[in-house]
Write a protein that binds this ligand. Structure first.
Ligand SMILES: [Zn+2]
Length: 516
């Protein structure tokens, strides 16, 4: 606007009033109008009951908003109409973080409510403004606020079918089971929206699938009413799975390979149970009398050593802090304030919020990730392993690797000595065959894990990076192709993996090119 000629300004002034100038984000005409008519013009309402600041906020015109605030325009005037929204609500509906920040700094209330009881946080979730939601949570917006109908930000996010927003709110501490004034949970509203991803996010929280609202409707019934058949089928399958789980513990192969979700240690106890109550008694009572220490010293020695390494490293993996990052950091508070004034950000060039974790209220370093299961951010996050009951990160990755490797050696050796027992006795033994079969199932599961973990250690990658490399800018070169900046060659990578050498991230944290 700075290049506007005088004649042009005159023309604009004839055509625009302050409301239109603010709406269009024209700073110079706004300044001219205030110069001519005085700051009182900023206290006026248009025919629909809105102030000039409302319009500037709606358009996300931070330069105009800043000028109005400098002119001491009131920042908390409610619209004179049925809705009674304040400028901050309008800025929230547009997802304009810089404008919201200016208004907050100028004294607008972060939890201001309109006549429907909506706070800026609720408005942001109604309009699917994920980044602004993160920003408001970071600035301390209240979670507990509900609108006149008892709906909070999570209810609205579910109603709008916004899976990403639901995830953000749940991991920020929203209760996925809360009911509104109609007795509806976020799952009821998600079912109405028919967005399957959103419904999945809520079902993963182990909410009650059959909960009925005050009209007697379950989420499934609501989805049927809206003809969201995919959602109906998903809810039916989930309900059936819950019944199976409660009646008979079924053998779920997917859960066995990847470990079931949640923090429960059932998987770990199951594996320990097999070792202690099946493998060891079989070894001592059935195998050792035939495959004796004298006859097969090497096989027995390997079996013992593998078990020793297995136990030590399983305990170490389980007990070692994987690299949990501190919460409520000052850096986070600084960043979240700085984000609002980041000019480039509006154009969507780069999103500085992507490195912030609003749950931990920390700034995630490169390669760190928030683990949904232990609900903390972890330095160089690899994955969560249900077999050791802990997340795998920078500080326990080598223990995990040795655990996997020794498990594999133990399985092979067990297979061999069980075979030798039958061979020596020159007869097949059903019990040993059964043990060998279990051994085979575990070998089938552990082998790919071992190969994958070895590959990643050699390449200096995490499982998370390998699977999701497209999400990470730091794993792409200037052409947008996959490129691993941490790869220093197999030997150096392995040294780093086993903590014999400092990591690439630590060495290069001073290099701004790497700290994206
Ligand atoms: Zn986190």
């Amino acid at each position: 606007m700075s290049g506007m000629e005088d004649a042009e300004i005159e023309r604009v002034l004839r055509e625009y009033d302050v409301f239109q100038a603010a709406k269009a984000g024209l700073l110079i005409p706004c300044q001219e109008i205030v110069d001519r008519l005085g700051v009182g013009v900023l206290h006026q309402y248009d025919r629909e009951g809105h102030t000039p600041l409302h319009w500037a906020a709606l358009g996300g015109h931070s330069h105009v908003v800043r000028f109005f605030i400098e002119c001491r325009a009131p920042v908390d005037m409610s619209a004179r109409n049925e809705l009674g929204a304040q400028p901050i609500h309008w800025a929230a509906s547009g997802g304009h973080v810089p404008v919201v920040d200016l208004l907050l700094e100028a004294g607008a209330a972060i939890d201001a409510t309109d006549n429907k009881g909506c706070s800026p946080l609720i408005t942001a979730s109604q309009y699917a403004r994920t980044n602004l939601t993160g920003y408001l949570l970071g600035r301390g917006a209240r979670y507990q606020l509900v609108d006149r109908e008892g709906d909070n930000a999570l209810h609205w996010a579910a109603f709008k079918g916004n899976a990403e927003m639901c995830r953000l709110l749940i991991y920020s501490g929203f209760n996925p089971k809360q009911r509104d004034n109609f007795g509806q949970t976020p799952l009821h509203l998600g079912a109405l929206s028919g967005n399957l991803n959103c419904v999945k996010v809520l079902v993963e929280q182990e909410v009650e699938l059959e909960a009925v609202d005050f009209n007697g409707n379950s989420p499934k019934k609501l989805a049927e009413g809206r003809k969201h058949w995919e959602t109906v089928r998903y809810l039916e399958r989930s309900a059936a799975r819950n019944i199976q789980k409660s009646v008979i513990p079924i053998f779920d192969l997917q859960s066995v390979i990847f470990g079931p979700p949640g923090r429960r240690k059932t998987t770990m106890h199951f594996m320990l149970g097999i070792l202690i109550f099946l493998a060891y008694p079989t070894y001592f009572l059935r195998i050792l009398p035939t495959v004796t220490l004298e006859g097969f010293p090497l096989a027995n020695l390997i079996f013992w050593c593998a078990n020793f390494v297995l136990w030590v490293n399983m305990i170490r993996t389980h007990n070692t802090d994987p690299g949990v990052l501190p919460r409520n950091t000052e850096e986070y508070s600084d960043k979240i304030k700085a984000v609002a004034r980041y000019d480039k950000w509006e154009d969507g060039e780069e999103n500085p919020l992507s490195r912030l974790c609003h749950t931990c209220r920390c700034v995630k370093p490169l390669r760190a990730k928030h683990c949904k299961i232990i609900n903390r951010c972890i330095k160089r996050f690899d994955h969560h392993c249900a077999y050791v009951g802990n997340s795998i990160g920078y500080h326990n990755q080598h223990h995990f690797y040795l655990f996997v490797a020794s498990t594999l050696v133990m399985l092979w050796t067990f297979h061999y000595i069980a075979y030798q027992t039958q061979h020596q006795e020159a007869k097949q033994d059903w019990w040993l065959l059964f043990c060998q079969m279990i051994c085979g199932v575990f070998t089938f599961l552990v082998t790919p894990l071992f190969i994958g973990t070895t590959y990643n250690a050699v390449k200096n990658l995490t499982t998370n990076e390998q699977v999701n490399f497209r999400r990470y800018e730091y794993l792409k070169n200037s052409m947008g192709q996959f490129s691993n900046p941490f790869d220093r060659g197999a030997k150096e990578n392995l040294k780093e993996f086993f903590h014999l050498k400092r990591s690439v991230e630590e060495v290069t944290t001073q290099n701004p090119a790497m700290s994206v």
